[in-house]
Design a protein around this ligand. Structure first.
Ligand code: P1T
Length: 381
């Protein structure tokens, strides 16, 4: 199946009991057994639930993996990956990443004796310099949140394979519409399914996808043992979201392209971070590993004045000022005080997350309305 068919049919079957085209929301915690162990494949909904299974199969299908796992949030999915490790193990992570990921690494897992090296990965060969005999995992986010840095997944996977360490890729910003990291050599793909996979800003969820059975079994064991699963209603919503992922992403990319160029040409805008520009660092790698450039854009205004920044985000009318991204509606965000507030100022400024940075999640509204909205807000400074 091609991608646009997989989003709708991948891993799906009509409900065996009724023929229902969409899986029912199996709102049940438990399942009748005839005799101990004699059941129809389901025992208890922490372990497995048929609506969640349908979604997990869809995750596996769209990412070209074999096994999918759904969690109660993106953070719960990341938590599951790090629980593969033991005290003393080391992780090499990109230094530009979602603030919550930085927080769980440094404020939760460092307390359990896991060591994290945060490094610039614009040159993936640099990763090798931080690998020791204790390194077990390389953590990549690409494009990164919020600077849209591009990391060469194939090059990172060559380093990972050479040193026999796992490569995990947070594919939240790109989605499998734009790139499939497992095909480029990654071992684990992670998503905040809250974002583009769900697509409608109505659910918080996380996902993991792998190809390897042994790795999948370890992750399922942690998922079941620690219990950070999502419920059947949320599983249904994300499954429904995935069915339109390809058409939504196509429009996000079209609108993103126009917004990025509009901002780049605007006299009050200083810098625009969007991987579609030839001048964007690693643009050539983006062209190689992604199908298009997405609808996430960050920018700064001339003078780097926080008052101007606030004026813009407070006065945008169609772009709602809110955390999160990837829904049908356009959002604006202020990473320094919102999504990346958990990263110390001097750390975030090193990667470009300055006080005047504005992040846009360009939605799928009419492009004329989006450009007019940006124009009126920028005219106020
Ligand atoms: O919010 P949650 O579903 O738990 O996912 C965490 C997460 C992980 N990885 C990336 C790249 C993310 O962007 C996120 C969540 N991000 C936001 C809420 C945000 O506004 O950037």
């Amino acid at each position: 199946m091609k991608f646009n068919t997989k989003t709708i049919h991948g891993g799906q079957q009509h409900d065996p009991s009724t023929g229902a085209v969409m899986p029912p929301i199996y709102q049940t915690s438990t399942y009748a057994q005839k005799s101990p162990g004699d059941h129809k494949g389901y025992e208890y909904s922490r372990t497995a639930n048929p609506t969640r299974t349908a979604l997990e199969n869809a995750f596996a299908s769209i990412e070209n993996g074999k096994f999918g796992l759904a969690f109660g949030s993106g953070m719960a999915a990341i938590d599951c990956v790090i629980k593969l490790l033991s005290p003393g193990d080391e992780v090499v992570s990109t230094n530009d990443l979602y603030g919550g990921t930085f927080r769980i690494f440094t404020e939760i897992f460092e307390n359990y004796g896991i060591k994290f090296h945060f490094i610039g990965m614009e040159n993936a060969a640099n990763i090798e310099n931080y690998i020791t005999d204790k390194t077990k995992l390389i953590w990549v986010e690409t494009p990164t949140n919020p600077m849209m840095n591009i990391i060469d997944i194939k090059a990172a996977s060559i380093v990972a394979k050479k040193h026999n360490v796992m490569l995990a890729v947070d594919n939240t910003f790109a989605t499998p519409y734009l790139q499939t990291p497992l095909d480029l050599g990654a071992d684990i793909v992670m998503h905040s399914a809250t974002k583009y996979l769900g697509g409608h800003s109505d659910v918080v969820m996380g996902a993991l996808i792998v190809k390897d059975k042994e790795l999948a079994d370890k992750l399922y064991f942690i998922q079941n043992s620690c219990g950070a699963i999502c419920g059947p209603m949320d599983s249904f919503l994300v499954l429904r979201g995935i069915k339109t992922l390809h058409i939504r992403m196509q429009r996000h990319c079209e609108n993103g392209t126009q917004v990025a160029h509009f901002l780049a040409d605007h006299p009050k805008v200083e810098k625009v971070y969007w991987p579609g520009f030839e001048s964007h660092p690693n643009h050539e790698i983006a062209k190689e590993q992604m199908k298009d450039f997405g609808g996430m854009i960050s920018f700064t205004t001339k003078g780097n004045n926080i008052k101007d920044t606030y004026k813009i985000i407070e006065n945008l009318k169609i772009f709602t000022l809110a955390e999160s991204l990837g829904g049908v509606e356009s959002l604006s965000g202020h990473p320094a005080s919102m999504t990346h507030a958990s990263i110390p100022k001097e750390e975030r400024e090193k990667t470009g997350v300055v006080d005047s940075l504005i992040r846009l999640s360009v939605g799928i509204e009419d492009i004329d309305d989006l450009l007019a909205d940006l124009d009126q807000a920028l005219s106020l400074i």
